[in-house]
Design a protein. Structure first.
Lengths: 340, 515
């Protein structure tokens, strides 16, 4: 049986039909907006429109824009209604200018054609520092706006945060930056944060939590002696922070190490018996091993498959939850404690 | 939020409440070689494993008459899962580790030895797999064997938990009895072995997202509930239509008929959720108390009223989707002189403050033009139309339609001006498609319900008093029809039912919707 990030099944092949497109250089946001409206008139006849959210992606080049639009398209039937890609093409340019392209596509959702829209704005000059002014004209009315920053973490004062109901980041990508977690912690007080790394850790978290289901295993959580988490900076801190915050563990029992794949092992005692609980990805095969070993008690292993399409799957899962995630925020705070 | 072991000893502080993972348990399927296991239960178990909702301490024990080894059972289950589109090489490791906890017990249900061996296997799994003495028994056997299996469990001490921390639950498939009397008798057997809070009577309709969405629509929105009553609603129409005939279930259907097969369970569930008052809490008793109250308000028909308010009918030959199909009496396994109904239309009265004077028209049948389940609330016309009759000749009364399957969603019908120089008003429909609005995938009904039973959430299962109320509504019809004095109407396959059903509703100055 399979278990994948998301739902454990391969991502469906996505059949995107572009029913209209437009592009022009040196335009105004109003012109792009008008082009979008004109195309939408076609869309209304071609497909059902049931809006979910506006997704804004901020990238540094048109290549990156294409790459991340592909990720969003791979969401397939779980695609948000409108994607706005802001390309910071040249911050140094002496004059502000805007190139725009718009496409309206239909995607098949269980036999029904549903419309989605993509707007790409290539921005030059001072306008790169006022992205919020480019987001607002394109947001869908009354729906949440998620701003995805694939390779950076904004500062707390970034005006772009004003437009966002949710900021999507990835501590797996930025975790090695020395102040990444503290900046993230700081902006989490201002706006809800989705960390793709947190969602990618979900199989590990689920599996690890599952080891303590039931009255035989749960009492071991009351007396934890040792927690060891290895993996990349960022994810390993988040995982350890999660366990610490949930169990109120002191810093002294937690040990971290660098490794290519994440592993976690918890040693605890209950009624004089020692129990060892572990989740581990041993090699490049996309399988996590979970094991329980209790002195004089049950010992068993479980394997869980982790699927392909990491980014689109975790993005889809993440976008399904729009509020503040208190468990994540507590884990982030505890993770910061590990860095001090 | 930190873990306080003294305040919540039963909670796993690491578990994400949104994920609702199952606790360690053994899932015991009686009827493991049968159709339900292969079509529904195993695929649901696989999906739960795929979604990481089953813990490492989870095991499956199949019990059936067919001789099979543990390995044969594992292989067979794997084949079933693969046949249903699951499994496959990319999940090989997971399957291998998961089926390590699969066991099989072959034997007759009335043989003491079967239960002795089952007990040994369960204890072994507790020791080896850490299943924590938790049991979920699933009766996927023919209803006639329910008492035998339940008595077997009781006599072998398997119907009660062995410790305060452990649970034992039993899931019982429909049909739950074949009339009120037999349902009461089955309840007596069940309650002799299990407490009511251990019993999970399943109707997979309740596992459907869109059925649950009736509750969300009504009780999470401020705009619908104020008009959900006699002041605004003229009448209700519930349609459960199937385009298929009895297929290969002719001999089963001969004993059941549309009333037992659909009305007593699916229709009553949808009806009670549509009629119920807002619950105080969204939990098993909060919801079920209100459903029972709603069913209590439904009129019990006298024999005379069965004649005037109910139409039973049977399909004849006809055409569906360009294909000629046989009549019911020509189907395999069906008596050529059968009087079993394949269609029921009825008018029900609801005697309570909210619904007094609002008739509920129900129709269900096989071989109707298409498969559709929907609840339609048709509203009163406006008290005064300030238009010339000609201007509103295309205007129908407003309606809110909850589409349960297929095309799950909601349709609101209202009047709008037709563009142009003249002032004309015509009905238009505004459609909401459930599947187009959400990013999440929809779990299958069995998947949802199995997980609920493992977790111990009985909200979407049917309580004893609910089953009884449903039978009380249906029983007078069964009794009246037993005498065969009540006419059996005929309808052509591929039509929306017999003329008599049209007459039933047209006598009130209304007409059936065309779904």
């Amino acid at each position: 049986m399979a278990t994948a990030v998301g739902e454990g099944v391969p991502a469906p092949s996505v059949d995107f039909d572009t029913i209209g497109s437009w592009e022009a250089d040196h335009v105004t946001a109003n012109q792009v907006e008008k082009a979008l409206s004109d195309l939408r008139r076609h869309e209304e006849r071609a497909a059902t429109r049931t809006s979910v959210l506006t997704l804004v992606i901020v990238v540094g080049s048109t290549e990156e824009a294409g790459e991340h639009l592909d990720v969003v398209r791979h969401l397939g039937a779980r695609h948000p209604s409108r994607t706005l890609v802001l390309v910071r093409a040249d911050e140094e340019a002496s004059e502000s200018s805007l190139d725009g392209s718009v496409s309206v596509c239909v995607v098949d959702r269980g036999g029904r054609q549903v419309a989605v829209e993509e707007v790409v704005l290539e921005i030059r000059g001072q306008a790169c520092f006022h992205l919020d002014s480019l987001v607002l004209p394109f947001t869908l009315p009354d729906l949440p706006v998620a701003v995805w920053l694939p390779t950076s973490i904004p500062s707390r004062g970034d005006p772009l945060l004003e437009t966002a109901d949710r900021v999507v980041v990835d501590t797996r990508v930025v975790g090695y930056q020395p102040d990444a977690l503290s900046r993230l912690h700081s902006i989490s007080h201002r706006v809800a944060v989705t960390d793709l790394s947190w969602w990618r850790l979900k199989p590990w978290r689920n599996l690890f939590a599952g080891l303590f289901e039931g009255h035989i295993y749960r009492p071991f959580l009351n007396n934890v002696q040792h927690l060891e988490v290895t993996g990349h900076a960022g994810p390993r801190h988040l995982f350890a922070g999660w366990v610490m915050s949930r169990l109120d563990l002191p810093r002294s029992v937690v040990h971290l190490g660098d490794a290519e794949h994440l592993s976690a092992k918890l040693v605890a005692t209950y009624e004089g018996r020692r129990g060892s609980f572990a989740v581990e990805r041993k090699g490049d095969e996309r399988v996590i091993d979970a094991s329980v070993e209790i002195e004089g008690g049950p010992q068993f292993q479980q394997k869980v498959q982790i699927g392909e399409e990491w980014q689109s799957r975790s993005l889809a899962d993440a976008l399904g939850h729009m509020g503040h995630n208190q468990t994540y925020e507590a884990a982030l705070e505890a993770a910061l404690g590990l860095l001090r | 939020m930190t873990f306080d072991p003294t305040s919540a000893p039963e909670q796993n502080p690491l578990a994400d409440p949104e994920d609702r993972p199952a606790p360690p348990a053994v899932f015991v399927i009686f009827g493991a070689s049968g159709d339900l296991t292969s079509r529904k239960l195993m695929p649901a178990i696989e999906r739960l494993a795929v979604r990481r909702l089953l813990p490492p301490g989870f095991a499956v024990v199949g019990v059936a008459r067919t001789e099979m080894s543990d390995d044969d059972f594992r292989e067979r289950m794997k084949e079933l899962v693969e046949k249903g589109g699951g499994g496959g090489p990319e999940v090989r490791h997971v399957w291998e580790s998961f089926v390590g906890g699969f066991r099989y017990v072959a034997g007759d249900y009335d043989d003491k030895d079967t239960f002795d061996r089952l007990k040994d296997v369960l204890e072994e799994l507790d020791r080896e797999r850490g299943t924590s003495e938790n049991r979920l028994f699933y009766l996927a056997t023919p209803p006639s064997t329910f008492p035998t299996v339940i008595n077997g469990l009781k006599e072998h001490g398997l119907s009660r938990p062995t410790s305060n921390d452990a649970f034992v639950r039993v899931v019982i498939e429909k049909p739950y009895g074949h009339d009120l009397q037999s349902a009461l008798e089955l309840d007596r057997v069940v309650h002799d072995a299990f407490d009511e809070n251990q019993v999970y009577r399943i109707d997979h309709y309740l596992g459907k997202e869109t059925v649950q969405n009736v509750l969300a629509l009504r009780f999470a929105n401020a705009i619908f509930e104020p008009i959900w009553n006699r002041r605004y609603v003229d009448h209700l129409q519930i349609t459960v239509a199937e385009s298929l005939g009895v297929e290969h279930r002719g001999s089963f259907y001969e004993q059941a008929g549309a009333l037992r097969d659909i009305v007593q369970n699916h229709v009553m569930q949808v009806l009670s959720m549509t009629l119920m008052e807002p619950p105080v809490t969204f939990d098993a008793d909060g919801i079920r108390d209100e459903k029972v109250k709603a069913l209590k308000a439904v009129e019990i028909l006298t024999p005379e009223k069965v004649n005037t308010q109910v139409v039973r009918a049977q399909y004849g030959r006809g055409w569906i989707g360009g294909e000629e199909v046989e009549g019911y009496r020509e189907e395999e396994g069906v008596n050529p002189h059968s009087t079993t109904e394949t269609y029921v239309a009825m008018k029900l009265k609801v005697d309570n403050w909210r619904w007094a004077g609002v008739p509920v028209y129900v129709r269900t049948g096989k071989r109707l033009p298409k498969r559709v389940t929907e609840v339609a609330l048709q509203f009163h016309r406006v008290p005064h139309l300030p238009f010339h009759l000609k201007q509103v000749e295309d205007l129908e009364p407003d309606a809110l339609v909850l589409r349960i399957q297929p095309d799950e969603g909601i349709t609101l019908r209202f009047g709008a001006k037709v563009p142009g120089q003249a002032f004309r008003v015509r009905s238009v429909s505004m459609d909401f498609f459930y599947g187009a609005a959400f990013l999440e995938e929809t779990p299958d009904a069995y998947e949802r319900l199995l997980l609920d039973a493992l977790i111990g959430d009985a909200t979407l299962f049917i309580r004893s008093d609910e089953v009884q109320r449903a039978w009380r509504i249906v029983d007078p019809l069964l009794q009246a029809w037993e005498t065969d004095d009540v006419a059996l109407a005929r309808y052509e396959s591929g039509t929306w039912g017999p003329r008599e059903a049209d007459e039933l509703i047209e006598a009130d100055g209304r007409r059936w919707r065309r779904p």
